[in-house]
Design a protein around this ligand. Structure first.
Ligand code: L3W
Ligand code: SF4
Length: 442
């Protein structure tokens, strides 16, 4: 059995409530941080742990925290990105629902390390029932003296606020999130300046994902040196993976980042193999934004090495033959799935969610959707495949925020690895038209 650091206590009845969480070792890391380590000690442990952002980019957390500007008399903020909207990603929801105090404790330690006295949890609007769970946990923690004024008699003050989003995917992009938190339309800002310098209300702000901030708790409990022993290389610690698609056991799994993709898909401890004994066709290992990999490149790298569930191994080969761990949204497809249809579904999503600020994304996502729709429904031409390739290339790298890239990469990977399926649709228009998958025709 793989070792767990985040969900090890998630099965305990009543762990959602303060008393049970506390009696099972909860808030010992906060005590250690505030009373013994101090802000610099916490930062040192986080740096030593090698923790990388769990929201998708994998940026080193300790480094991000060190970037925070500290101008005299200017407040600093910690913002917890709980706007989990990446298709295929539902790990933060699980964590917040089952063990909310782990997040609250992580927010307390992280805010303390950053010198922030206000912390915001920006939560996806569709997670309508979770703010109540979080607010209850915050009230309990405050009642027990872990929030509010002069926490543990250290002179440190902290308030945590929960802010609901209104259902826009783009508000998961950190600067759009900040705009939304300020009460404005969630349009991404141009970076730099990064939020660490000018973030919320133009003040230094760190934005981290839910899982990242929760991981600070075990790091402080066991120490950064122990944390790196879970995992390999630059993929230290454990990672939550939300697994879905054609597998026997969809769900949220905590893995040590030292297991192979094959073990994750086929072992009974995790996904339990492909449903109905079908063959594995492809997988999107890190949420809809990352490249799809065909089975042969998923289980082994192009060099013939075992593909591991790590940041490095999943990216091995670059986008030519690799992908990304991303947000850990693991979408498995069996032999019956149509890659063109899948790519169209994502294209519709990105077009719908584009904020429209930059032309390559605003126009390109809609154009890709239309061309994909034509191909999928037997109205495509061979030249459309090259046209699609051309459009995605013109989006990538030419936009304000990563949504443009996120829309381009799945299209590029689908054509790169499954060009024959696109061609099949073009060559077999009657067959293509007959297939009705229930996708809205627009
Ligand atoms: C200060 C510098 N800070 C970088 C910070 C930056 C940010 C972090 C990473 O997008 C990706 C996206 C999705 N001084 C800095 C600095 N930073 N240089 O580091 O930045 P970046 O731009 O690499 O990424 P990002 O904008 O945070 C995240 C991809 O993840 N994704 C996941 C999406 C996941 C969800 C979800 O539901 N959880 O939406 C999947 O692939 O496409 O490429 O904080 O400020 N010099
Ligand atoms: Fe908006 Fe798309 Fe530009 Fe991002 S890339 S700012 S979502 S138009």
């Amino acid at each position: 059995m793989g070792r767990k650091l985040l969900l090890d206590k998630a099965h305990i009845e009543g762990i959602r409530y303060y008393d049970t969480y506390r009696s099972n070792g909860g808030y010992t890391a906060a005590e250690k941080a505030l009373k013994t380590l101090g802000p610099d000690g916490v930062l040192d442990e986080v740096k030593k742990s090698g923790l990388r952002g769990r929201g998708g980019a994998g940026f080193p957390t300790g480094m991000k925290w060190s970037f925070i500007a500290k101008p005299e008399g200017v407040p600093r903020y910690l913002v917890c990105n709980a706007d989990e909207s990446e298709p295929g990603t539902f790990k933060d929801r699980y964590l917040m629902e089952h063990i909310p105090h782990l997040l609250i404790e992580g927010l307390l330690i992280s805010s303390f390390a950053l010198g922030a006295n206000s912390c915001y949890i920006y939560i996806r609007g569709e997670y309508a029932w979770i703010p109540e769970i979080l607010e209850q946990a915050i009230a309990e923690a405050k009642n027990k003296g872990w929030l509010g004024k002069n926490i543990l008699g250290t002179g440190y003050d902290l308030e945590i606020y929960v802010q609901r989003g209104a259902g826009a995917y783009i508000c998961g992009e950190e600067t759009a999130l900040i705009e939304s938190l300020e009460g404005k339309r969630g349009n991404p800002r141009i970076k730099p300046p990064f939020p660490a310098v000018k973030g919320l209300w133009q003040c230094p702000t760190v934005v981290n994902n839910v899982e990242t901030l929760a991981a600070v708790v075990p790091i402080i409990n066991i120490g950064g040196d122990e944390y790196i022993k879970f995992g390999t290389g630059k993929s230290t610690g454990t990672k939550l993976i939300s697994a879905c698609g054609n597998i026997n056991k969809p769900g949220v799994y905590e893995i040590e980042m030292n297991i192979s993709v094959e073990e994750f898909i086929f072992s009974d401890e995790y996904c339990g193999g492909i449903k109905n004994n079908k063959r594995l066709k492809a997988c999107i290992p890190g949420g809809s934004s990352v490249p799809v990999l065909p089975a042969n490149l998923l289980l082994k790298t192009a060099k013939g090495e075992t593909r591991m569930m790590t940041y490095e191994s999943l990216a091995d080969g670059g986008f030519a033959t690799g992908s990304m761990l991303g947000s850990g949204g693991f979408i498995v497809m069996d032999e019956d799935q149509c890659i063109v249809r899948n790519t169209l579904t994502f294209a519709r999503f990105y077009h719908h969610e584009s904020c429209g600020q930059c032309s390559p994304c605003r126009e390109g996502t809609g154009w890709m959707k239309k061309v994909l729709h034509n191909i999928e429904y037997g109205k495509g031409k061979m030249s459309d495949i090259d046209l699609l390739w051309d459009i995605q290339r013109k989006i990538e790298g030419n936009t304000i925020c990563p949504l443009g890239d996120a829309a381009a990469w799945p299209v590029a990977a689908a054509i790169r690895h499954f060009r024959d399926e696109f061609e099949w649709h073009v060559l077999n228009p009657d067959e293509s038209q007959k297939r009705n998958y229930g996708i809205a025709h627009y």
